[in-house]
Design a protein around this ligand. Structure first.
Ligand SMILES: NC(=O)c1ccc[n+]([C@@H]2O[C@H](COP(=O)([O-])OP(=O)(O)OC[C@H]3O[C@@H](n4cnc5c(N)ncnc54)[C@H](O)[C@@H]3O)[C@@H](O)[C@H]2O)c1
Ligand SMILES: CCCCC=O
Length: 488
């Protein structure tokens, strides 16, 4: 059912799931002993602590930090715009160190972690540039009167992050928030509490006034507290659809604007006239970054029937070459999933789809798996977000048919198309119900381009010029140059 050609055709992939004999764990010593909450420009052990939690290293299951959940935060609004460019410089200088922390706490390969740190400093650099060009409009009115608009900060913005891109999410939220003159309280996922503290310290070192960027640790209870707090003006959330619904409900009670960056089940459409080599590379990029734990992944890979066998064969071949193992080793390209419960959840999806024969854990107590399949639209693994390295391959005949099937989902985060026919490429993306569409590539994220979802994948955007609108409010000023014409 998963692979049209049957089990035999998958055997190269299955072989790729065996443990690599050269992979040796090199992560046995990293421990964080400093406090993981950050207020007023310093790490603090909060007096309002509600209990302790542990953070783990996914590759070994070792505890790397014990931290306290907190509720209070120490925000100070400040008139001056922070020096994001200096922050950008420090992140670049400390890239290797930050990437190593990200790799150890999240499990993504060191190679990929460095790319995340790049997209993080690029974000600070971009909004540092935009901050100076933020402007309103001048509108001429009859009789010499006029109006103008000003962009003003919202106040205290809360950022709540997921665990798959810990440093990048903290940067993508805080850089535009601070550039617009806001303060931010950031709550990382309790699975990955460590790297946001590095960002906080970097902001302080860069001269960002104490209290402008704070980190509060905790899980759902802390998140709820922040969303409901009367001092909070806006919530920017990255996470799952069910949590996003709760965030929206809580924020609605305080009429607080929200940005929701939620999950997806994105389609990637491969037409028979594609450049096969690029399409296969694109499919791997769309599915296996960060062990497949990526919101915008193109997990429903629709392949036109004429090239289905060739495409599947190539995907299997290239998947087989992916080096899995210790994420700190330079040549590793896939590390462990975030934790065992998540691995079991992912395996559960595979099991429901078939008996699990074509997949399996491969490394360090079973934290890794990969899977390629040929599927049907009605399978659970094709309908629901798995958030793991599971690529579902489906075949199609016509453009109209694939568009209907691609859009037949409540999600709308991303989509992709591979074709050499430029007219078709633009025609297809115009029809795709997704906030971010890729033509002849996948999962590239230049900071200049807005990123965000349609439908249940959320609303609001991160990155790009438009994000300024989500972290500021517009004041209209109406100026009378004549006398008041009273109605009374
Ligand atoms: N669209 C995007 O940009 C994007 C990026 C990364 C991840 N995601 C999505 O995130 C999900 C995986 O991340 P996750 O498992 O951390 O998601 P999650 O929804 O479980 O948790 C996200 C964050 O919300 C907090 N939280 C949980 N319950 C809460 C509540 N009731 N009130 C306030 N905060 C609460 C968590 O502690 C965490 O910090 C996937 O669905 C993925 O697609 C989306
Ligand atoms: C392109 C990076 C977005 C992260 C989603 O999980």
């Amino acid at each position: 059912m998963f692979l049209r050609a049957g089990r035999a055709a998958l055997s190269p992939l299955v072989r790729s799931l065996q443990p690599s004999p050269v992979a040796a764990m090199s992560t046995g010593t990293f421990v964080v002993s400093q406090p993981l909450n950050y207020r007023g420009g310093a790490r603090v052990e909060p007096a309002d602590a509600s209990g302790t939690e542990k953070a783990f290293e996914p590759a070994t299951g070792r505890v790397i930090a014990t931290f306290t959940s907190a509720f209070k935060y120490g925000v100070k609004l400040h008139g001056a715009l922070p020096n994001l460019l200096e922050g950008c410089r420090i992140i670049r200088d400390r890239e290797d160190e930050i990437a190593a922390v990200e790799c150890i706490n999240n499990g993504k390969s060191i190679f990929e972690a460095r790319l995340d740190i790049d997209t993080s400093w690029q974000c600070l650099e971009y909004y540092a540039g935009l901050a100076a060009s933020m402007a309103g409009e001048h509108i001429q009115l009859p009789g010499g009167s006029f109006g103008y608009t000003r962009r003003e900060p919202l106040g205290v913005c809360v950022g709540i992050g997921a665990w798959n891109y810990p440093f990048q999410i903290a940067s993508w939220k805080s850089a535009p928030a601070l550039a617009c003159g806001n303060a931010m309280v950031f709550k990382p996922s309790p699975f990955t509490p460590v790297s946001a503290l590095l960002l906080a310290e970097i902001y302080t070192e860069a001269g960002v006034p104490p209290g402008l960027f704070n980190v509060v640790q905790g899980g759902a209870a802390t998140g709820q507290f922040l969303c409901q707090h009367h001092d909070v003006a806006k919530v920017s959330f990255t996470g799952s659809v069910p949590t996003g619904m709760k965030i929206m409900e809580m924020s609605a009670k305080g009429i607080k604007p929200v940005t929701l960056e939620l999950g997806g089940k994105s389609p990637l459409i491969i037409f028979s006239d594609c450049d096969m080599n690029n399409a296969v590379k694109g499919a791997l990029m769309a599915n296996f970054l960060t062990q497949g734990q990526v919101c915008c992944n193109g997990t429903r890979v629709f392949v036109q029937k004429e090239i289905l066998d060739k495409f599947t064969e190539e995907v299997v071949k290239q998947t087989q070459r992916i080096k899995i193992g210790d994420p700190l080793l330079e040549d590793t390209r896939m590390g462990p999933l975030i934790n065992r419960p998540h691995l079991e959840r992912v395996l559960g999806f595979v099991k429901v789809a078939k008996d699990g024969a074509h997949c399996g854990p491969s490394y360090s107590g079973g934290f890794i798996l990969m899977f390629a399949a040929n599927c049907r639209d009605d399978m659970t693994c094709v309908k629901e977000e798995i958030f793991g390295p599971v690529m579902s391959i489906l075949s199609f005949d016509t453009e109209a048919e694939v568009l209907e099937r691609a859009n037949d989902t409540t999600f709308g985060l991303a989509a992709g198309v591979f074709t050499r026919d430029i007219q078709r490429a633009h025609r297809v993306v115009a029809e795709l119900q997704a906030g971010t569409c890729f033509i002849n590539n996948y999962n590239v994220s230049p900071v200049e381009l807005p990123f965000g979802g349609y439908k249940k994948s959320g609303f609001g955007r991160e990155n790009g010029r438009v994000t300024i609108e989500y972290y500021s409010q517009l004041k209209t000023v109406c100026v009378e140059m004549g006398d008041v014409e009273s109605a009374f």
